[in-house]
Ligand binder design. Structure first.
Ligand SMILES: [Zn+2]
Ligand SMILES: [Zn+2]
Length: 93
C-alpha cells in the first residue's frame, strides 16, 4: 500500500499523522531521511515533529513560529544525529 507522505524542511513524514514511523500507515521513513542526510540507516528513534499547521501555500509550518523552514523546530539533522548517538549507546544496529 502506498502511503501518502509529506516533506517538511527536507525530511519525509506520513501526511496523515506527520510521523516518521507510523504504525497506522505502516510507514517508516527513517531510511530515506537518514540517506538524505548522508547517514547509514540504523534502528533509531523516529523524528518527533512539533505541532504543525498547513499554510495557504499548502506548506507545513510549525505552530510555534509559523515558519515552514524553521530550523529550530525542523532541525532534523541535529535530531537524527542525536537519535543515532542514543541508538548506538543502547547497542542497537
Ligand atoms: Zn500515519
Ligand atoms: Zn518553529
Amino acid at each position: 500500500m502506498e502511503v501518502d507522505t509529506v516533506e517538511i524542511n527536507d525530511a519525509i513524514f506520513c501526511s496523515s499523522h506527520i510521523k516518521e514511523v507510523c504504525e497506522e500507515c505502516g510507514y517508516d521513513g527513517r531510511e530515506e531521511n537518514d540517506a538524505f542526510y548522508g547517514f547509514n540507516p540504523i534502528n533509531r528513534e523516529p523524528l518527533a515533529p512539533p505541532s504543525v499547521t498547513v499554510n495557504k501555500d499548502g506548506l507545513h509550518q510549525c505552530k510555534k513560529h509559523g515558519s515552514a523552514g524553521c530550523n529550530q523546530c525542523f532541525g532534523w539533522k541535529k535530531q537524527i544525529t542525536k537519535a543515532r548517538t542514543a541508538a548506538k549507546k543502547a547497542g542497537k544496529k
